[in-house]
Design a protein around this ligand. Sequence first.
Ligand code: CMX
Length: 135
Amino acid sequence: MIKKIEHIGIAVRNIEQANDLYSNLLGIKPYKSEEVQSEMVLTSFFKTGDSKVELLEGKSPDCAISKFIEKKGEGLHHIAFEVDDIVAEMENLKKLGFTLLSEQPKRGADNKLICFVHPKSANGVLVELCQEIIG
Ligand code: CMX
């Protein structure tokens, strides 16, 4: 079951500059910065009430974020929904005809198991499912 919007991902060219900009915009500092090797991205997170804003900078020209910026420019990249049971939700969405980008959940930033739904099967929006890793 979908619990809430966990975060919104924003693709940026320079995360240091974007951190300053979003710190000014939101009036808070990022609570975490993290490199996710598997996705080749640098990330930082801002708490905005119950949800978060994630900034993402690509670490290599052929990673998803760099390709996205090359094609569309900086901006909204994905929307992430928190779920209780990511495996069950993946099965459910698969049965409903959505295209998942991995067969198994992967380890993502901010202590989460994650899985993406292809934007072509979700009205042009890259959707992420995420589940907090406990322990
Ligand atoms: N939102 C909406 N549409 C997107 C998109 C996005 N974030 N990324 C790509 N697309 C669109 C492209 O515009 C393109 O559309 P057209 O065919 O109409 O031009 C289509 O999807 C295919 O795009 P592509 O450039 O050919 O890129 P790929 O097929 O190589 O990859 C995708 C697209 C979504 C499968 C890939 O970006 C992916 O696997 N994403 C999930 C992983 C990810 O985004 N990781 C970074 C974040 C990690 C984190 O949060 O920690």
